[in-house]
Design a protein around this ligand. Structure first.
Ligand code: FAD
Length: 288
């Protein structure tokens, strides 16, 4: 097993994010994506957690399965909302005992349709501390280039992100479509004394409806120029996909040219977009 902090200290990282499937068909789609993406030699891969605990077992099982049955280094996402401290300790202790060394500590947004209790921890930084109490984990956190939608001001979000990073090894960002958002985040964190790696999160806009929905949820701007390009070919899903991949490739290149320490791909459990971008960027197997 390898700690992500060690991987990042060796140079640029290229990582992939997956979510635990809910159905047998979705399970098959994920399996196929894992088979097709493993040969790219990602620096690590991560598995999301359903806020409130809806994927508690499935996230655990997938993370441990990746550890034992693939060559890839896994990281477990964990969210603190709607959980007691004891529940979180139990989840993290199970990971420690299973040999998992990497956790992404998150706040989470509990599903609005479920009347869940608020939880004993209020912010992701408290979860990062809890994870470190349990074991010798490498701990990552989330960062929001276009400040978190619940933040009263950009300045306060930057300040809390800097504080959170003082308890973590690295951050992965929410997705965005213009590199300036990422560079602004990094610049403000540097000004606040942060020197930890901040990995940009990449979400190719390959479907207009879902990118619109996710942008609204996460507070990411869906820029007019991108919407225009996508809508110009909206009747042809293949052409929409092409625009999304080409624009994501351009963004990745701009981020790497500007000094980003790597890229984190939100794969949505599918491989083609990530593979295309990898090829277009000239990244080879084991690029990290
Ligand atoms: P926090 O760091 O707790 O921040 C939430 C808000 O509180 C922000 O406005 C922040 O400025 C403010 N804040 C932070 N600390 C303090 C403090 N000490 N005092 C006062 N205010 C504070 N969600 C899932 O449900 N499952 C996942 O697997 C998942 N994976 C993600 C992966 C990545 C890379 C990213 C970027 C997001 C992910 N999310 C996931 C979404 C995330 O849970 C939401 O964006 C959530 O609303 C905020 O999480 P956070 O960890 O940034 O929270």
């Amino acid at each position: 097993m390898t700690k992500i902090s060690d991987i990042l200290s060796r140079g640029r990282s290229f990582s992939f994010e997956f979510f635990p499937p809910r159905t047998e068909k979705a399970e098959e789609t994920l399996r196929q994506a894992l088979i097709e993406l493993e040969p790219l030699g990602p620096s690590y891969v991560s598995v999301t957690y359903g806020a409130g605990g809806s994927t508690r077992e499935r996230t655990h099982d997938l993370v441990v399965d990746i550890l034992h049955n693939t060559s890839m280094t896994p990281m477990a996402h964990l969210t603190c909302c709607a959980h007691t401290r004891a529940e979180l300790l139990e989840v993290v202790e199970r990971y420690r005992d299973a040999g998992i060394e990497n956790v992404l500590a998150l706040g989470g947004d509990p599903p609005a349709d479920l009347d869940l209790p608020p939880g004993e921890l209020h912010y992701a930084v408290e979860l990062a501390e809890l994870v470190r109490e349990v074991g010798d984990f490498s701990v990552g956190v989330a960062a929001h280039p276009e400040p978190h939608p619940k933040s009263p001001t950009r300045k306060s979000d930057r300040k809390w992100t800097a504080y959170k990073l003082s308890h973590a090894d690295f951050a992965i960002t929410q997705f965005f479509f213009e590199a300036r958002h990422y560079f602004d985040l990094v610049e403000s964190l540097r000004a606040l004394g942060v020197d930890k790696p901040v990995l940009p999160g990449i979400m190719p806009a390959t479907s207009i409806a879902s990118i619109k929905r996710m942008s609204e949820l996460q507070g990411s701007e869906f820029p007019a120029w991108l919407a225009e390009k996508l809508h110009a070919v909206e009747d042809d899903p293949g052409a929409v996909w092409r625009v999304g991949v080409d624009e994501a490739t351009r963004l990745c290149q701009e981020l790497l040219d500007g000094g980003a320490p790597g890229l984190h791909f939100y794969t949505l459990n599918r491989s083609p977009a990530t593979r295309e971008i990898y090829t277009a960027l000239g990244l080879r197997q084991g690029a990290a």
